[in-house]
Design a protein around this ligand. Structure first.
Ligand code: UD1
Length: 361
């Protein structure tokens, strides 16, 4: 058995890490390919170090670009690698451009594809990730889901039940494995923070940061919130670029309680998140991580592809309506809200073990 795994962006690394470890236990021959979609040290190498991931065997070096530019380059370069390496299976994770491009080229070459984190649906096709998810699932041979909604969505789309396996959440495998280590991070001292005395923010969805008015609306929300609590904002490169493009620097300077840092490594960010009074985010993964950590999460989106985090976890799907977000944040700050907190089924640190059992059986 020879397995070729593909990663491309920051959220992919924590999903692949436990699988690589598990394949290694079973002495499976492995090749790790990085597409190079994310290339900054802080968006890539730092995570390989924190997660003790092996250095990728191959980096396709595709870099930034439009969906077409990225996928065409990935497919062209990966085709050569797959033809040379001849793996029995290609493993892809998540929903980024690298995921779908790698799945497509493997499928075209007749190589079986396993999609980890299959079946999630926001039912919003304006999100590039939603289109990537649907396409990847359509052509995958093994579909591993993190929550039951994923199984239901896939069956409704006509995927045969035999291909779908509810296994839990590999990203939570990684979180549970690194939680203790992250507790010794010195990020709170570095930023001069007391536990629970601040909230943290991540923001990078095109729908929130690519358009001036939408981004301005978010800034007006932050302006209000930082009057009551410190807001720590490890900024994504896309968001930073747009802040500069839209000339928002001066506005930011007036917000004394908004602290901007560069992107943080995995362990520092996990520590920051664990000790936050609450999170403000438009990320997918953070909705899941906060659910496991028991930290309230205000999601700055209209929808979520991860409904279990709302039904059972700490996720408050609030949208980007200024009044609603500010009201919810103030409720949390004033301890007027108790968020539900049940750990979703099979989010127990053993998802990778289940996946590898299926693949090797
Ligand atoms: C991608 C994923 C998104 C995921 C996110 C996590 C897609 C469609 N989107 O979004 O689902 O949640 O990663 O971060 O695949 N840039 C850098 N350095 C880097 C990487 C990016 O400066 O290392 C800048 C570039 O200006 C680039 C922009 O960020 O144009 C956006 O990068 P891109 O690869 O398009 O996707 P993300 O916005 O990071």
């Amino acid at each position: 058995m020879k397995i070729l795994s593909v990663v491309g962006t920051r959220p992919n690394y924590m999903k692949i890490a436990p699988l690589i470890e598990e394949f290694e236990k079973h002495k499976v021959e492995q090749v790790l390919v990085h597409t190079g979609q994310h290339y900054d040290k802080k968006m890539s190498k730092l995570f390989f170090e924190d997660l003790q991931l092996p250095k990728p065997d191959i980096n396709l070096g595709v870099g930034s670009g439009s969906y077409e530019e990225q996928t065409i380059k990935i497919k062209k370069n990966l085709k050569k690698i797959l033809t040379r390496e001849k793996p029995n299976l290609v493993v892809v994770v998540g929903d980024v451009n690298s995921t779908v491009a790698a799945a497509e080229v493997a499928h075209e070459l007749g190589i079986k594809v396993a999609h980890v984190e299959a079946g999630l649906r926001s039912f919003d096709r304006t999100m590039p990730e939603e289109v990537n998810r649907i396409r990847t699932d359509e052509i995958s041979d093994f579909l591993f889901t993190t929550e039951k909604s994923g199984n239901e969505n896939l069956v409704k789309e006509g995927v045969s039940k035999e291909k779908v396996h509810f296994v839990g959440n590999v990203m939570i495998d990684t979180l549970l494995k690194h939680k203790e280590k992250s507790d010794s991070s010195n990020i709170l001292e570095k930023l001069n923070l007391e536990k629970s005395s601040y909230c943290s923010l991540t923001l990078h969805r095109p729908s929130n940061v690519d358009n001036k008015e939408d981004f301005e609306n978010i800034l007006s929300i932050l302006e209000k919130i930082q009057e009551k609590i410190k807001v720590i904002f490890p900024i994504h490169p896309r968001t930073k670029k747009n802040l500069e493009k839209f000339g928002f620097d001066d506005k930011l300077k007036t917000m004394e309680n908004l602290i901007i840092t560069g992107p943080l490594g995995y362990l520092d960010f996990l520590c920051l998140m664990t000790n936050s009074k609450f999170m403000l985010t438009d990320s997918g993964g953070i909705q899941e991580e906060t659910t496991v950590l028991g930290v309230p999460c205000i999601t700055l989106r209209k929808n979520t592809e991860r409904p279990v985090t709302v039904e059972q976890g700490t996720n408050l799907l609030v949208s980007v309506n200024k009044n609603k977000v500010v009201e919810k944040a103030f409720e949390i700050i004033n301890n007027k809200i108790n968020v539900a907190n049940k750990i979703p089924e099979l989010w127990d640190g053993k998802a990778a073990e289940r996946i590898v059992n299926v693949l090797l059986s």
